[in-house]
Design a protein around this ligand. Structure first.
Ligand code: FES
Length: 151
């Protein structure tokens, strides 16, 4: 069990940082760029609503996938701020992101499956290139590794 009592709704920055696995300075940065919000106690100390942990977890997971912070913020801006987002709110976000995530998954799968084969990059350096990309015909489709590009 973590140090955070399960009944706790408002958490101190240190509690959030430890549970989320980030530095307190990262919380301040996320707040500065409008990704998360906090409130101030009568003693002027920051407190974060517990569901901020879910926001931080999704921000970190999305960043790991290479999704730009601005795109993450645009999506999270769709969520309500006055109360913890509901399952329906998250489902709406999931629908919005599904196409983008599917495209990223397709690229990752293509990279995984083609890493040992010709990726259509124009190098013609593998024994499979003359068969997969004879005389770099894939280059006529456009720049880059044409077999890793998912339209
Ligand atoms: S791997 Fe580069 S053209 Fe085949």
């Amino acid at each position: 069990m973590t140090e955070i009592p399960s009944a706790a709704i408002w958490l101190k920055p240190g509690q959030v940082a430890r549970r989320a696995g980030v530095a307190v300075s990262t919380l301040h940065y996320y707040e500065q760029v409008g990704l998360i919000t906090s409130r101030r106690t009568p003693g002027d100390r920051r407190e974060y609503r517990r569901d901020t942990l879910r926001l931080i977890a999704l921000i970190r997971a999305s960043q790991t996938l290479g999704i730009p912070l601005a795109r993450i913020k645009a999506a999270l801006d769709e969520l309500p701020h006055e109360h913890p987002p509901t399952k329906r709110d998250w489902a709406r976000l999931a629908r919005q992101w599904r196409t983008d995530l599917d495209r990223r998954i397709a690229r990752l799968v293509a990279l995984r499956d083609n890493l040992a084969n010709c990726i259509g990059c124009g190098c013609l350096s593998l024994t499979s290139c003359p068969y997969t990309n004879p005389e770099d015909t894939l280059g006529e489709e456009g720049p880059g590794a044409r077999r890793l590009v998912s339209e």
